[in-house]
Ligand binder design. Structure first.
Ligand SMILES: C[S@@+](CC[C@H](N)C(=O)[O-])C[C@H]1O[C@@H](n2cnc3c(N)ncnc32)[C@H](O)[C@@H]1O
Ligand SMILES: *[C@@H]1O[C@H](CO)[C@@H](O)[C@H](O)[C@H]1NC(C)=O
Ligand SMILES: *[C@@H]1O[C@H](CO)[C@@H](O)[C@H](O)[C@H]1NC(C)=O
Length: 450
C-alpha cells in the first residue's frame, strides 16, 4: 500500500485497512470525519491495483484524547517515567515499561520455544502411530499453522511496541540497550503477561467478550446510573474511579451513560501498553489477534484454537476515560475526597495488603461517597492478609462504611441477613473452550459514613 499525504511518525496503519480523512487544511479537528465512517476495506488477500490515498493527521487522533485532564496526566506520567525520578531498579516505572516491551518484542521467540518443545515430544510417538495420525488428521500441519499465526501475533506485538515507544517517548535504542542488558543478566522476556494482555482484548474489546461482560456490566452501570440521577446538574459530572481496570472497557461503557468524569487505573505495564495501542487504533475491527494459539488444551476443533478475533468491537474513544498508570494505593495521594464513587471490579483480591486498598478507597471518597464492588475473593501468591467475605464486611464497617440495600434482581444474598449478593461471573476469555473459569462474584454497595 502506498502512503501519500501528511503521515507523521507514530502512526501505524494496518495493511488490510486504510483510514481516509480529509486533508488537514484547516487544523480543525471537529471538521475531520470520524475514522470509522470512512474505512476503506482493501478486499481479498491480493492487494487491489487501485491505490488508496491516505491522509491521516496526528491532530485527528491526538485531539480526540487530549483533554486538559489527559494532557496534565501525561505530563505527570512522563515525569514519573523519567530515569532520574526516584531510584532506578526493577520497580522503577520506566524499568517496568521496558521490561514489558521486552516481552512484546520477543513474543515469537518465546512462543516458539514452547512449540519446538511440542514438536520434539511428538517425535516420541511411534512410526506406526505417526502414520495413522498424519494420514487421518495431518497432525504436523498444525505445527506450521500455529507457527504462522504466532508470526501474525508477533507482527501485532511489534506494532504495540512501536506505539508504546512513541507514546512514552522512548527511543528504540534505549529499548535495545535494555534488552541487551537483560539478556546479559540471563533475564528472559516475559511470556505469560503478554499472552494475558492479548487475551484480555477478547474480554474487553471483542464481540466474543460480550457474554463475559454481561455478567457484570449491566449491574454496575445501572447501579451508577441510579446513584447519580442529577449528575449533570449543578454539582457537575460525577467522578468515578475504576482501579485495576485491565483494558478499561467498563469505564468506556460508563462514559456512554453521560455525565460522568471517568478515571481508570492500572498497574500492569503489559495492560497499559496494550491500552495505549487501543487508544491509537480506535476504529471498529481495525485490528485482529489469534488469542488462543498458544494453548493447546480445551479446544473442540483446530478452527477454534486458531481462530482470529478482531478488535475493537466498538470505537475506542480515548478522551472519554483517563487512564492513570501505577499502583492504586500510591498514585492518587493528592486526590483525597475527590471521587464520588470507586468501582472495584475483579480487583480487591489482587492486593498484597487488602487493608491498604480499603484505606485508599476510604480516603479517596468524600463522606457519602460510594464504594461498589463486584468480583471474587481469589487471593494471590503472598498476600499479607486473606479475609473471608464476612471479615471484609466487618472491617469495612469498622472503617466507616455502611452497606446499602441492593435490588434482588441482581442475585441472591450471600449470607442470611447480610447485604452482599453473589452470582456467577465468567473470567475465561474463550467462550468456546471446553473448560470454564467462573467465580461466584460478590456485589455490594458501601457508603462512606459522614
Ligand atoms: C483480575 S484483573 C481484572 C481487570 C478488570 N477489572 C477486569 O475485570 O477485566 C485485576 C487487575 O488489577 C491490576 N492491579 C493489581 N494490583 C494493582 C494495584 N495495586 N493498582 C492498580 N492495579 C492493580 C492487575 O494488573 C490486573 O490488571
Ligand atoms: C522421547 O524421545 C527422546 C529422543 O528419542 C528421548 O530422549 C526421551 O527419553 C523420550 N521421552 C519419553 C518420555 O519417552
Ligand atoms: C468522546 O468522549 C468525549 C468525552 O466524553 C465526548 O465529548 C466526545 O463526544 C466523544 N466522541 C465520540 C465520537 O463519541
Amino acid at each position: 500500500m502506498l502512503l501519500q499525504g501528511p503521515i507523521w511518525a507514530g502512526l501505524l496503519l494496518s495493511s488490510a485497512l486504510a483510514s481516509k480523512v480529509a486533508p488537514d487544511t484547516e487544523n480543525d479537528a471537529t471538521k475531520l470525519v470520524p475514522v470509522e465512517d470512512v474505512l476503506v476495506e482493501i478486499p481479498g488477500v491480493d492487494p487491489p491495483v487501485e491505490v488508496h490515498q491516505v491522509f491521516l493527521t496526528v491532530q485527528d487522533l491526538a485531539t480526540r484524547k487530549e483533554s486538559p485532564r489527559h494532557t496534565q496526566e501525561k505530563n505527570v506520567l512522563l515525569g514519573r517515567l523519567d530515569r532520574g525520578h526516584g531510584t532506578w531498579g526493577p520497580n522503577h516505572p520506566r524499568h517496568r515499561l521496558l521490561d514489558s516491551l521486552y516481552g512484546f518484542q520477543n513474543y515469537f521467540d518465546r512462543n516458539m520455544e514452547d512449540l519446538n518443545r511440542l514438536k520434539k515430544l511428538y517425535k516420541n510417538v511411534s512410526r506406526q502411530q505417526k502414520k495413522l495420525v498424519e494420514s487421518t488428521i495431518q497432525y504436523s500441519s498444525k505445527f506450521s499453522k500455529v507457527e504462522h499465526l504466532l508470526a501474525e501475533n508477533h507482527r501485532l506485538c511489534q506494532r504495540i511496541v512501536d506505539t508504546a515507544l512513541d507514546f512514552y517517548g522512548v527511543e528504540r535504542s534505549e529499548l535495545d540497550d535494555h534488552i541487551k542488558t537483560a539478556e546479559k543478566n540471563g533475564k528472559v522476556a516475559e511470556k505469560v503477561s503478554v499472552s494475558q494482555a492479548l487475551k484480555h482484548v477478547v474480554r474487553d474489546w471483542s464481540a466474543e467478550g460480550l457474554g463475559e461482560r454481561k455478567d457484570a456490566f449491566p449491574c454496575l452501570l445501572e447501579t451508577l446510573d441510579g446513584l447519580f440521577p442529577d449528575r449533570e446538574g449543578a454539582k457537575g459530572l460525577a467522578k468515578i474511579l475504576l482501579p485495576g481496570a485491565g483494558l478499561g472497557r467498563l469505564g468506556h461503557e460508563l462514559s456512554g451513560l453521560g455525565g460522568f468524569e471517568i478515571t481508570s487505573n492500572e498497574w500492569s505495564m503489559y495492560m497499559n501498553v496494550m491500552y495505549r495501542f487501543l487508544e491509537e487504533h480506535t476504529a471498529t475491527a481495525a485490528e485482529s489477534v489469534y488469542p488462543f494459539v498458544d494453548y493447546w488444551s480445551h479446544h473442540v476443533s483446530n478452527a477454534d484454537m486458531l481462530r482470529k478475533v478482531s478488535f475493537p468491537d466498538t470505537p475506542v474513544n480515548g478522551s472519554a476515560v483517563l487512564l492513570v498508570e501505577g499502583d492504586f494505593t500510591t498514585v492518587f495521594q493528592d486526590k483525597a475526597g475527590y471521587f464520588d464513587a470507586i468501582v472495584t471490579h475483579f480487583f480487591i483480591d489482587t492486593a498484597r495488603n487488602i487493608i491498604s486498598y480499603f484505606d485508599t478507597i476510604h480516603k479517596l471518597l468524600p463522606p457519602g461517597g460510594y464504594w461498589i464492588n463486584f468480583g471474587p475473593l481469589l487471593y494471590g501468591t503472598a498476600p499479607f492478609v486473606q479475609l473471608s467475605l464476612e471479615e471484609i464486611i466487618a472491617v469495612a464497617e469498622a472503617m466507616g462504611f455502611e452497606l446499602l440495600d441492593t435490588p434482588d434482581k441482581w442475585g441472591g444474598l450471600t449470607t442470611e441477613g447480610g447485604k452482599v449478593r453473589g452470582w456467577e461471573a465468567v473470567y475465561g476469555f474463550n467462550e468456546r473452550a471446553l473448560t470454564k473459569n467462573a467465580y461466584q462474584s460478590q456485589f455490594w454497595i458501601a457508603r462512606k459514613r459522614a
